[in-house]
Write a protein that binds this ligand. Sequence first.
Ligand code: NAI
Length: 249
Amino acid sequence: MKPLENKVALVTGAAGGIGKATANRLLQEGASVLLVDLNEASLKETFSELNSDQAAYFAADVSKEEDAIAYVQVALERFGKLDIFFANAGIEGVMKPIQEYPTEVFDKVYNVNVKGTFLGLKYAIPVISDGGSIIITSSIGGFGSSPFASAYVASKHAVLGIMRTAALELAPRKVRVNTVHPSQTNTRMMQDIEKDLGDAKARETFAAAIPLGRYAEPEEIANMVYFLASDQSEFITGTTFRVDGGMDA
Ligand code: NAI
């Protein structure tokens, strides 16, 4: 029997690099997975690439309350329960110093990264199975900082507060809640940041600051999410997991 057989997972941001790699890993380990993303075209493409009759998809905007209600409902209707919730959808905003940072972009980043996480938990918590697991994607920016990313960095700090609160609220039900903190990972988000910085050497510079000398691959983040989703992490809640190539050393 596979480790996640009979488990139902919901992954947001599932059409993106980390979401897709994680959905794939959870499916490989035997779970049924509802893929949720705003980008319907990439979502459909991801669904067909994953090519699994244990997967389903639903297009939704995590920052909208009615969409959060709907995607949790779809998971229940399609698979009958929810055991694993990976709140992973996120956006980076723009790269600008604070004095030039557009306030409307700040709001947008907060709406997706913070309110989106809050809403996902708000509607997943009442239905998630006792003993289940919630994993939130923060970032190394959830501890430290990097210039020109005030909204993103603030939002990734903020989800730690949601994680820690939820961990205490859900401990009586043995539902674990933890955050994953990737360093630069090889997905579209980093390509967009590199472009936004307008520096052809941005990738080289970022990679040089990572002791292991390279970006993470999305599958390497998925390894950690899988561990936190599985019973191997039964005694772990309310804490943070860096997958950062040594940046905290
Ligand atoms: P990505 O850009 O490949 O994927 C993000 C996905 O989220 C996209 O498919 C996008 O359509 C979806 N999304 C955006 N807004 C949404 C909304 N309102 N509702 C539903 N879906 C929405 O990027 P990646 O790297 O896979 O990002 C996943 C998570 O990992 C994000 O939370 C990001 O902040 C975090 N992260 C990424 C790092 C990196 O270097 N790529 C490093 C640290 C954290």
